[in-house]
Design a protein around this ligand. Structure first.
Ligand code: FAD
Ligand code: MLT
Ligand code: ZN
Length: 467
């Protein structure tokens, strides 16, 4: 009897696409959190859209299921195989194809890594305004499929707001070309939005046209210390008012900073004493001394109000990077320190202080967990991490997950928040979707899935518990 790999290779008839060496396959089969992993016979690594379409058709013909994969930095278990699916890696579709200065648009392959796009546009005096800690690995296709957010949503929105056009390979191998560059194009249903945030269950994104922006003339960055978390909503309101060019507003609580220092003992912390929370602000301003002075004056008025009690203002790009390394470093530190239950939620900003306290109380009650809170303050998006404490076995740690999730998501639903602010549903949250979406909405989502992928070939088990 011939193996899956042999049948696929024969069907594809293209050399260099099928990767089945066990040692090489392993990295594609486990996710970034090390929580989700599975078996796969092989990885398909096409070079272009036509090859993607051939791979999809071949899998369809052989009755094989597919998991699309970009940089494999997703945090909800949707980018790795669960039950023997074939992994379709988009990494080789990594060309930045065209920058159109007049429309400030850029056309890219799905496998372009975010950092490469940032670097390329910087050379043309432009920026791509989505940025996140996984920038060195995550790919544009994966970011579109998860509708990634990150640290600039406050000013520029998610991926959805940047996508003008898409090319997608559908489950039957059809290539849907909608590489639209126009800002204004109201010609019927805007189909690209179906695929943004679809987590690989509706089609394979192969190319995108994205909106670039002129690079800001100057960026002002500061780290503020707050004496009480209770006044974070007021601080948010005042900062939005005083810093009209606000592009980032991030929050890190003390316990997260403590963990960062434990994992990175060499790191120099910005303040000599510790505060309940620190807030990073970044404002886009014009160039020159007067703009800088205006920023400093407006920041001083925030400090005078008592909403923040200390500040470190970056004097150079290097200092700004040091401030940001604290924020990125917390996410990295959590992953290096051990296993964690991740909850990525949105709550109305006014409810945030009580919510933070409640999360710590839930963690305490669950026992032997360390609660770490940080996130995108400007969007009401809190990353709740409940880490395994030393002494708690892996099995006992995992066993705490479902009850914690039920408690946290139930609480979020009562606050009219969202159980997934930016990471998606994937495998991790599919059992809790009802906390944020009505039965009618989920039924309609299933209907769309059935229409586009009747045999459930693409990412089975993602989003819905049963297909
Ligand atoms: P993958 O992980 O490979 O895939 C993610 C999903 O998209 C899967 O369902 C996969 O099947 C699907 N997919 C991938 N490529 C395609 C394609 N071409 N066509 C169709 N489906 C596809 N997210 C945020 O929103 N904000 C953050 O601030 C943020 N910070 C992060 C920081 C770190 C350190 C890490 C590790 C992750 C972070 N994330 C964040 C998670 C985020 O979802 C991903 O980093 C990114 O959006 C996923 O891109 P990827 O290429 O790695 O996709
Ligand atoms: C972040 O903002 O750092 C992320 O979304 C990653 C995380 O939640 O760990
Ligand atoms: Zn985030």
């Amino acid at each position: 009897m011939t193996s899956v790999v042999e049948r696929l290779s024969a069907e594809l008839g293209m050399g260099g696409i099928v990767l089945s060496e066990r040692t090489e396959v392993a990295a594609y089969a486990i996710d970034w959190t090390k929580k989700f992993s599975g078996e796969t016979p092989c990885i398909l690594r096409p070079h272009n859209t036509e090859e993607v379409a051939r791979c999809v058709r071949a899998c369809g013909k052989l009755g094989l299921k597919l998991v699309p994969q970009g940089g494999n930095t997703g945090l909800v278990g949707a980018s790795v195989p669960r039950g023997g699916e074939i992994v379709l890696s988009l990494s080789r579709l990594n060309k930045i194809e065209e920058f159109d200065e007049a429309s400030a648009t850029v056309q890219v392959g799905a496998g372009v890594v975010l950092q490469a796009l940032h670097d390329d546009l910087a050379a043309c005096g432009h920026v791509f305004p989505v940025d996140l800690g996984a920038r060195g690995s995550c790919q544009i296709g994966g970011m579109i499929a998860t509708n990634a957010g990150g640290i600039k949503v406050l000013r520029y929105g998610h991926m959805r707001e940047q996508v003008l056009g898409l090319e997608v390979v559908l489950a039957d191998g059809t290539i849907l070309n909608n590489l639209n560059k126009l800002r204004k194009n109201n010609t019927g249903l805007d189909l690209k939005h179906l695929f943004v945030g679809s987590e690989g269950v509706l089609g394979i994104i192969t190319r995108a046209v994205l909106q670039a922006r002129p690079a800001p003339q100057a960026l002002q960055t500061a780290l503020l210390a707050v004496e009480t978390r209770d006044r974070l909503p007021e601080l948010l309101t005042v900062l939005r008012d005083k810093l009209r060019g606000l592009s980032s507003l991030e929050m890190i609580t003390q316990e997260s900073i403590t963990l960062y220092k434990e994992v990175e003992p060499e790191a120099r912390l910005p303040f000599e004493r510790s505060y309940p929370a620190c807030v990073i602000v970044e404002e886009e301003t014009g160039a020159g001394e007067s703009e800088r002075n205006s920023f400093l004056e407006r920041l001083s008025s925030v400090l005078e109000s008592g909403l923040a009690v200390d500040a470190v203002v970056a004097e150079s790009d290097t200092q700004a990077r040091r401030i940001w390394s604290l924020r990125d470093g917390v996410t990295e530190a959590i992953s290096r320190a051990g296993l964690t239950h991740k909850f990525d939620v949105t709550v109305p900003p006014a409810a945030m202080p009580a919510f933070l306290d409640q999360m710590e109380a839930f963690g305490e009650e669950a026992g032997e967990l360390r609660t770490l809170l940080f996130g995108h303050l400007g969007d009401g998006n809190i990353h709740v991490n409940m880490m395994q404490m030393p002494g708690l076995s892996q099995a006992a740690f995992y066993a705490k997950g479902p009850a914690l999730a039920e408690r946290i998501y139930g609480h979020v639903a009562k606050l009219h928040g969202s159980i997934s602010a930016e990471h998606g549903i994937g495998i991790a949250k599919r059992g809790y979707l009802h906390h944020s979406r009505s039965t009618e909405e989920v039924d309609l989502m299933r209907g769309v899935k059935h229409l586009l992928d009747p045999d459930c070939m693409l990412n089975p088990g993602v989003l819905f518990e049963s297909n």
